[in-house]
Design a protein around this ligand. Structure first.
Ligand code: FES
Length: 262
């Protein structure tokens, strides 16, 4: 009651009231960690895209630069890094992801910051129009960005396999494992997507009516298993894609030696 009065006073005075909650746990840790990790990833990936060097070495290609795009467009005399053409697709997939929306709405907009915690600016909340107006209406493009993301899973898998063929022959190095783990995690993240689950199992009235619907039900159950772990794959694949790029960068710059297994 006392906090509500304080917030009412804050509103009258035009100040943003403090978050309102009766929770006594450390609810703020999750949005703060999310803000730090997502912010660091956006800064790192943007910087790596701008740098446009050390993205390829031996048989390895950084996932930020895959596939190779032979475009040499410039802006004011500066060559546009091909990573920007590529990043549009995986980035739009992540930005519109249902799980990431929950995370970054909480972390960056505090809208609200956690369950059982009110928003710090109720006035802004009153103008909330959901995802029916620009720019948030673009979130509805998620199902289309899924198709592009699925193509990237194929491309990254191809790159991981192709990395076995080095300049001096066929052999397995740490670099191939790094690219392969990244391709697997990106694949798990992509195919645990809610849109994919709906594509497979949605719009079916009867799962047991014919062979096709029974098969779809079987696949839908497998995808549902992955879907329940979607948040894990979202974070693990975010780390793996940054680490895979970092590995290629370090090997290319001579900071790291690519260990050969056989
Ligand atoms: Fe997260 Fe589709 S819901 S990728």
């Amino acid at each position: 009651m006392a906090v509500s009065t304080a917030n009412a006073n804050s509103r009258e005075e035009g100040r943003a009231p403090l978050p309102l909650t009766s929770r006594h746990d450390t609810w703020w840790i999750r949005p703060v960690v999310t803000m730090i990790v997502l912010g660091a990833f956006v800064i790192y990936s943007t910087w790596r895209a701008f740098v446009y060097q050390d993205y390829e070495v031996d048989s390895y290609l950084s996932p930020f630069y895959a596939p190779i795009i032979p475009l040499n467009w410039t802006i004011f005399g500066y060559l546009i890094s091909p990573a920007f053409y590529i990043l549009i697709f995986p980035l739009s997939f992540r930005l519109t992801c249902y799980y990431y929306r929950l995370s970054y709405y909480r972390a960056f907009f505090w809208d609200p910051p956690a369950c059982g915690v009110s928003e710090p600016r109720p006035k802004a909340r009153m103008k909330y129009t959901g995802e029916r107006r620009f720019p948030f209406i673009l979130q509805n493009l998620h199902r289309f960005s899924f198709y592009a993301a699925a193509v990237f899973v194929v491309l990254l898998t191809y790159d991981a396999i192709a990395s076995l063929w080095h300049a001096d022959g066929f052999h397995l190095n740490v670099g191939t494992l790094v690219l392969a783990v990244n391709a697997v995690l990106i694949g798990l993240y992509t195919f645990s997507c809610h849109s994919w689950r709906h594509l497979i199992g949605g719009k079916v009235d009867c799962y047991s009516c014919n062979v096709m619907s029974t098969t779809r039900y079987g696949i839908w159950k497998q995808i549902s298993y992955l879907n329940a772990r979607h948040s894990w794959f979202a974070w693990l694949s975010l780390f793996s894609v940054a680490l895979a790029d970092m590995y290629v960068w370090f090997v290319s710059a001579g900071i790291l030696t690519d260990f050969r297994f056989f």
